[in-house]
Design a protein around this ligand. Sequence first.
Ligand code: DQA
Length: 150
Amino acid sequence: MRHRIEVLHGVNLDQLGVRPAEHYGSLTFDQLEFKIEGFAEELGLELSSFQTNSEGEFVERLHRAREMDDGLILNPGAWTHYSWAIRDALEISGLPAVEVHLSDVNAREDWRKQSVIRDLCFMTIAGKGIEGYKEALEALAARLEEGDEQ
Ligand code: DQA
């Protein structure tokens, strides 16, 4: 069975390439998306992705995911640290999810250490740059395959 994964990129992630390279690397958002598509293809996953700077749109995309997707990868950007609305919407989706951050949020400012979605995600990957998305896709593929066998 071919699984469908949605990658949700939150606020300011469209500005990659302009944001501090020491935290986020030098790839642009389009380059990041291209790489993620390649990883998904290698794993035989169907991929959709979405980026928005509007919290409401992010929430609506999570509502839709419940019907459309089998698993989620979320990098909500700064919303990670305080958006209870996004947390609730993720809970509503009921989907297996991985939280990904390009930068090492635990080694930066204190306010970045808090994540309001972490306990709803079965895995968190931070500080591995683009490689983090590859690991997240691998983990979701393995988990969804396990589910197929049961
Ligand atoms: C981020 C980390 C967040 O703290 C920050 O606000 C972002 C990006 C990351 O990918 O490292 O916008 O989620």
